[in-house]
Design a protein around this ligand. Structure first.
Ligand code: PHE
Length: 500
C-alpha cells in the first residue's frame, strides 16, 4: 500500500464535497419539512390531495437523476452539472418564496408559481444528486482503505444538512402564521446558493484525484455546442418546463407516474437479462439487485411518511407545547438526521465488532425492515385507544424516528454498496438507476399511502384493509414492513448463495 493510502486524515476535497452536499440537503429537507404544511395551511389543499402531490413531487425528484447522471457522464461532467443543477434548484426555491407571498392575494398566480417552483426543484435535483457522491470515491486510490470512512463522513454531511434544514426553515417559516412559510423557502434558496458558491470557489483547487488531476471536468469527447452557456440555459429551461408539466399532469390530469416508473424498471430488466454477453452467475447477481430493490420499496414508502402523514400527526396530534415554547411540527423532520449523526458510528462499530458473525447484506436489510416495523408498532401503541383530538406525548414520534433511523442504517448504506459490488461493470450506472428508480416508486407510493391517513371519523382502505383511526393507519406499516422483512429473512440465505 502506498504512503498516501496510509495517511490518517482525509483529502481536503472531501470537505468541499461534504459542504456542497450539506447545503444542498439543507435546501431540500428544509423545504420538504414545511411543504405539506404550506400546502394544507396556506394553499388550503385537502390532506389527501397534498399527500398525493408530495408523493408525485418526491417521486419525480428521484427519477430525474437518471437523466442528470447520463448527461454528466457524457457531456457536462460532474462539476458543471452540480453548478447548473444547484442554480436551477435555487431558482425553484425563490419561485416558491414568491408563491408564499401571493397565495392570499393572487391564488391563481400562486398556484402557477407553486407548480413552477417544484418543477425547477425536480429538474435541478436531477443534475445535483447523482454527481456529488460519485466523486467521493475518486478522491482516493482504488486500494485506499479510507474510502469507506470517506463515505461515512460524506453521509454525515447529508445528515447535518438534513438536521439543520428543517430546524432553520421550521424556525423562520413554521411559526403558526401561514404568511411566514415563504421565509422557509427563502432560507432554503440561500442554503442552495451557499452550496453552489462553495462548489464554484473550492472545487478546482481541492477536488482532485491522488495524482492531482481535477475531478468531474468536462469529458474530452464533448463538443462545444453541449457546453455553450446559451444552449445550456435553453436546455435547462426546456427541461424545467417539462418537469413542471409532468408534475401538473400527474396530479391534475392522469396518474401515469407509477406505471412509468414500474415500466422503466421492467424495461431495464429486459435489457440486462437479454444481454448475451452476461454469463449465468452474473445474471444471478443482477437478479439479487432486482430482488433487494423490490424490498426497499416497502422500506422507503413507509419511511418517507416523514414529510407527509407523520408531519400531519406531529402538527395535529402531538403535544408540542413546552409551556415556554411550542415546538414547530416541522422540527420533527430533523430527528431522523440527528439520530443518523449520533447512531452511525455505533452501527459502523457493530459490524466490525461482529467480525465473522457479521450478517449478510440481505439479512441486514431484512433487519432494517424489521426495525422500521417496530417503529410503527411503537407509535401505534402510543395512539391506541386515544380519542381523536387528544394529543399524545412527543415521546411517541421521537422513539419511532429513533427506530426508523436504526432501520435506515442497517438498510440504506448496505444496499447501496451491495448494488456497487454486484453490478457487472458494463451495467453499473444502469443498475444504480434501478436503485434510484426503486426509491422513486417508494416515494410515489408514500404519497398514495399518506393519502389514506384517516381523519374526522372517515374510513379509508388499502386493498382489503380498512382504517378508521390512527392506530389502524400505523398498523398498516407494521404489517407491510413486517411481512416484507419476514420474507426477506427467509430468502436471505438463498440470495447470499446467488451473490457468490
Ligand atoms: N437521507 C438520504 C439522502 O438524502 C435519503 C436517500 C437514500 C436518498 C437513498 C436517495 C437514495 O441522501
Amino acid at each position: 500500500m502506498s504512503e498516501e493510502a496510509n495517511k490518517k486524515g482525509h483529502p481536503k476535497g472531501l470537505y468541499v464535497l461534504f459542504a456542497t452536499e450539506m447545503w444542498e440537503r439543507f435546501n431540500y429537507y428544509g423545504m420538504r419539512a414545511i411543504l405539506i404544511l404550506f400546502m394544507t395551511k396556506a394553499l388550503l389543499f385537502d390532506h389527501a390531495f397534498a399527500s398525493n402531490l408530495y408523493g408525485s413531487y418526491t417521486g419525480l425528484v428521484y427519477l430525474t437523476p437518471l437523466l442528470g447522471g447520463y448527461i454528466a457522464d457524457r457531456y457536462w461532467g460532474n462539476h458543471r452539472s452540480i453548478i447548473a443543477g444547484g442554480l436551477v434548484m435555487a431558482i425553484g426555491e425563490f419561485i416558491l418564496f414568491f408563491c408564499g407571498n401571493f397565495y392570499h392575494s393572487a391564488p391563481q398566480l400562486s398556484s402557477i408559481l407553486f407548480f413552477s417552483g417544484l418543477g425547477f426543484m425536480i429538474a435541478g435535483n436531477g443534475f445535483f444528486k447523482p454527481n456529488i457522491s460519485s466523486m467521493v470515491g475518486q478522491l482516493y486510490k482504488k486500494s485506499d482503505r479510507r474510502i469507506d470512512a470517506a463515505y461515512t463522513i460524506f453521509y454525515m454531511g447529508i445528515n447535518v444538512g438534513g438536521a439543520l434544514g428543517p430546524f432553520i426553515c421550521g424556525l423562520v417559516g413554521d411559526t403558526g402564521n401561514p404568511a411566514d412559510f415563504k421565509w422557509a423557502f427563502l432560507a432554503g434558496g440561500i442554503g442552495m446558493l451557499i452550496s453552489v458558491v462553495v462548489q464554484q470557489v473550492f472545487h478546482h483547487k481541492y477536488v482532485v484525484d491522488p495524482d492531482n488531476n481535477v475531478l468531474g471536468l468536462t469529458p474530452k469527447t464533448t463538443t462545444a455546442k453541449w457546453i455553450n452557456p446559451v444552449n445550456m440555459v435553453i436546455g435547462l429551461l426546456l427541461l424545467s418546463t417539462s418537469t413542471i408539466g409532468l408534475l401538473y399532469i400527474e396530479v391534475k390530469v392522469v396518474n401515469y407516474l407509477s406505471y412509468l416508473l414500474v415500466g422503466s424498471i421492467l424495461f431495464i430488466a429486459f435489457v440486462i437479462f437479454s444481454d448475451k454477453t452476461l454469463v449465468y452467475h452474473e445474471k444471478l447477481k443482477v437478479a439479487v439487485i432486482f430482488v433487494v430493490s423490490f424490498f426497499v420499496i416497502f422500506f422507503w414508502s413507509a419511511f418517507e411518511q416523514a414529510g407527509a402523514s407523520l408531519t400531519y400527526f406531529a402538527d395535529e396530534q402531538t403535544q408540542r407545547d413546552l409551556g415556554f415554547y411550542v415546538v414547530p411540527a416541522s422540527w420533527f423532520q430533523s430527528l431522523n438526521s440527528i439520530f443518523v449523526v449520533s447512531l452511525a458510528p455505533l452501527f459502523a462499530w457493530l459490524w466490525v465488532k461482529l467480525g465473522k458473525y457479521e450478517p449478510s447484506s440481505p439479512f441486514k436489510m431484512a433487519m432494517g425492515l424489521f426495525l422500521l416495523a417496530m417503529g410503527y408498532l411503537w407509535i401505534a401503541f402510543g395512539v391506541k385507544n386515544v380519542q381523536p383530538g387528544i394529543k399524545v406525548s412527543m415521546v411517541w414520534l421521537t422513539g419511532m424516528y429513533a427506530l426508523h433511523t436504526c432501520g435506515e442504517l442497517s438498510l440504506s448504506p448496505i444496499g447501496l454498496s451491495l448494488v456497487n459490488k454486484l453490478a457487472p461493470a458494463k451495467f453499473a450506472s444502469l443498475l444504480m438507476a434501478v436503485w434510484f428508480t426503486a426509491n422513486a416508486i417508494a416515494n410515489k407510493l408514500a404519497g398514495i399511502l399518506s393519502a389514506l391517513y384517516p381523519e374526522n371519523g372517515k374510513t379509508t382502505s388499502f386493498l382489503i384493509y380498512h382504517m378508521s383511526n390512527k392506530y389502524d393507519f400505523f398498523m398498516l406499516f407494521v404489517f407491510m414492513a413486517g411481512i416484507a422483512s419476514l420474507i426477506l429473512f427467509l430468502i436471505s440465505g438463498k440470495l447470499k448463495k446467488m451473490m457468490v
